[in-house]
Write a protein that binds this ligand. Structure first.
Ligand code: SF4
Length: 240
């Protein structure tokens, strides 16, 4: 017997449907056509970045790895100054390994040793399944913003993290160049859909460098969107 597979059809919301074409040719004496207000022409900037969860909530960091009390204020202040919305991605290690990362004594190890143990946990098949479900949700959000003409100005990750590293990650008890397990998987999934987003890595202990990277990333992305749309740079970027 053929196996039944549940399918969820994609139904385009009615408000996005094109208006039916009018049969009669409009004449000059017709009253002006009310085309309605364009969508999203309210106060929003239509600019967004995706950030690693712990930039807005350091409570999710592995034991002994939190460098700020709650929010990375410097990163948030920069994004606020540029009127960029902040989309918080889920924390992959929290969802795959738990808050204790599967070892309540993990915080007693040196950071690079613990990161190496965590990386091994994030490479398991189960972690891959959990991450793929999370990634599908992030990709769907990016897709929606892009489909509606918003500027997705990039992804901000956490350098040295075995999961969210952008420029550096931890492998074999060392901080090395390369991406964390989650970021690599996310980037690959986005690229498979045709989304080539810019990325910036951050580290609390090198915050000035991190802010420079973020600023360079958002300026580059904003310039690309502005050029593609044939519009001027937004005022926040002209004045930056
Ligand atoms: S770096 Fe990534 S995995 Fe680690 S705490 Fe932050 S969001 Fe979670």
């Amino acid at each position: 017997m053929a196996s039944f597979q549940a399918r969820v059809p994609y139904v385009r919301p009615l408000r996005y449907l094109a208006r039916p074409s009018q049969a009669r040719v409009p004449s000059r004496s017709d009253p002006p056509v009310d085309r309605g207000k364009p969508m999203f022409s309210d106060e929003r900037s239509r600019r967004v970045v995706f950030v690693s969860h712990c930039i807005l909530n350091s409570n999710t960091r592995a034991d002994g790895h939190a460098g700020v009390a709650g929010v990375n204020r410097r990163v948030l202040e920069l994004l606020m100054q540029l009127n960029i919305g902040v989309a918080q991605m889920p924390c992959p290690e929290l969802m795959c390994l738990g808050l204790d990362r599967g070892d309540v004594k993990g915080g007693e190890r040196p950071v690079l040793l613990e990161n190496t143990r965590i990386r091994a946990g994030m490479k398991s098949n189960r972690s891959a399944e959990v991450m793929d479900a999370m990634i599908a949700q992030v990709v769907a959000q990016v897709e929606q913003y892009v489909e509606h003409g918003f500027s997705v100005l990039g992804i901000i990750g956490i350098n040295r993290s075995p999961s969210c590293g952008v420029d550096t990650t931890t492998v074999g008890n060392e901080e090395v160049k390369g991406e964390g397990v989650f970021i690599e998987r996310l980037r690959t999934s986005l690229e498979a859909k045709g989304f080539y987003l810019n990325l910036a890595g951050t580290k609390v202990s090198q915050i000035d460098e991190a802010l420079r990277s973020i600023r360079a990333m958002v300026e580059k992305s904003e310039a690309t969107y502005a050029k593609a749309a044939g519009r001027a740079l937004s005022s926040e970027f002209r004045d930056a």
